[in-house]
Design a protein around this ligand. Sequence first.
Ligand SMILES: Cc1ncc(COP(=O)(O)OP(=O)(O)O)c(N)n1
Ligand SMILES: Cc1nc(C(=O)O)sc1CCOP(=O)(O)O
Ligand SMILES: [Mg+2]
Length: 506
Amino acid sequence: MSKVVWSIAGSDSGGGAGIQADLKAMHSFGVQGCTAITALTAQNSLGVESLNAVSTDVIEAQLLALESDMKASVIKIGMLANVQQIQLIAEHISRYKQSWETPPTVVYDPVAIATSGDALTEEDTVDALKTHLLPLVDVITPNTHETQLLTGVYLIGPDAVREAAEKLRAFGVQSVVIKGGHWDYPKGYCIDYCWHQDEEYWLGNESINTPHTHGTGCSLSSVIAASLAKGYPLKDAFILGKAYINAGLKSAVRYGEGIGPVAHTAFPHNIVDYPQVIEAGSWLGDELEFYVPDNYNYAAGFAPIEGDLGLYAVVDTIDWVELCLKHDVKTVQLRIKDADSPTLEQDIAKAIELGNTYGGRVFINDHWQLAIKHGAYGVHLGQEDLNVADLNAIKQAGLRLGLSTHGFYEMLRAHNYRPSYLAFGAIYPTTTKDMTGQIQGLEKLRHFVPLMKSEYPTVAIGGIDLGRASEVADTGVGSVAVVRAITEAKSPEQAIVNLKQAIGEP
Ligand SMILES: Cc1ncc(COP(=O)(O)OP(=O)(O)O)c(N)n1
Ligand SMILES: Cc1nc(C(=O)O)sc1CCOP(=O)(O)O
Ligand SMILES: [Mg+2]
């Protein structure tokens, strides 16, 4: 995918918000930021002194220049100063969506009021936005004031946030991110909301105490735009935006007499900057009155793994379990996807027994009840299982818990459970399982590993073969999990030796 992102927005002469913030945030995420400037503000850290709207002819000239040579995969729209600008931008976006081979994703940050409280649009623009622009927007990122301005909903609690998001969707917007920086609910926390493809996502962290927040809105939506251009799904882009802003707020400093700009750092690689994924039953979930189902069974802090996981074989028969253990694979998973297999319990019991015989760790995929019953070393579960498995029973029985993750959102959700290891997948395309839309690639793995390595043993899985094993191991990931690289090898015994060598396992 092209990594060009356009920002259609106003210039902030103070350098903290608008186009200036957008370009810095985009640069931090490794995309080429291009601009079409809609207004020149004379502004400093104390406020907006004047606003000069750029003529529609000049805006159009900028757009045409970019379109002829540097089409965007994502277009981020910020400040639009008047109705004529809204109509012009809507006309162009509509045409791009219909005629470009790859229609751009449109992220709209409806800049209306600066941090200083100064108005940045003419008053009659709201109707024009609703009629012309919002139906073309893929992701809207309003703050509390902007949400209220567009929807008339006063954001007094989570249900009001949901109602406002529904209203925005009724205007034709596809996905909604409502920034909670301006509500203090629950007290001392910053809570953000995302609605995308019939799912809602809530993120939260303790508020960062700094007055220097200028440009946070522009920067957050620019990170979302850049991350979408990089191929992250919206729920991951949302997380990255939050983490970037949190890191920036912690290093923000004053340059003038007033409110300083959020700092622009780099891709967030420090787990303390990442928000919490808020789930039902957690403290924040309770504060937000999330519905807690009857069979809710949250547990966190699972038994640790002794030593390194090493090469990790994921196989579906007892014969494979035995072959791997016999050839010194120290971690083996029995993954039987047929829950009705007449030999399921017998196979699980046998696999666990083999693990004891050969001194290897045997994890059981999915079938946690049988794993507990027969005393497995551990259980491997997917994200969907977290809602239904009795995690407390797994923990009480002393079994280790491995969790699958596919991207930042799932990784942070898994982190809520403090599992025994985290698996990142699918790194490459695979034929073993349908992983459409969930291929991470090495670049993302390089981001996941440093975030989680100090917290858990880490595992990479999906499409890893002998040729790829060493580049995967070079990311610093602790273990490499494979199915076909062993089960479809001409000589599985030799494949085990070669794979171990490739990942540097002694
Ligand atoms: C080591 C490891 N990582 C990921 C998976 C995938 O588990 P899950 O998401 O539960 O999917 P299924 O394997 O059940 O299809 C795994 N099995 N092992
Ligand atoms: C079972 C499984 N889980 C994945 C995940 O990403 O969660 S990828 C995968 C298949 C791994 O098989 P192979 O090594 O043959 O590609
Ligand atoms: Mg599973």
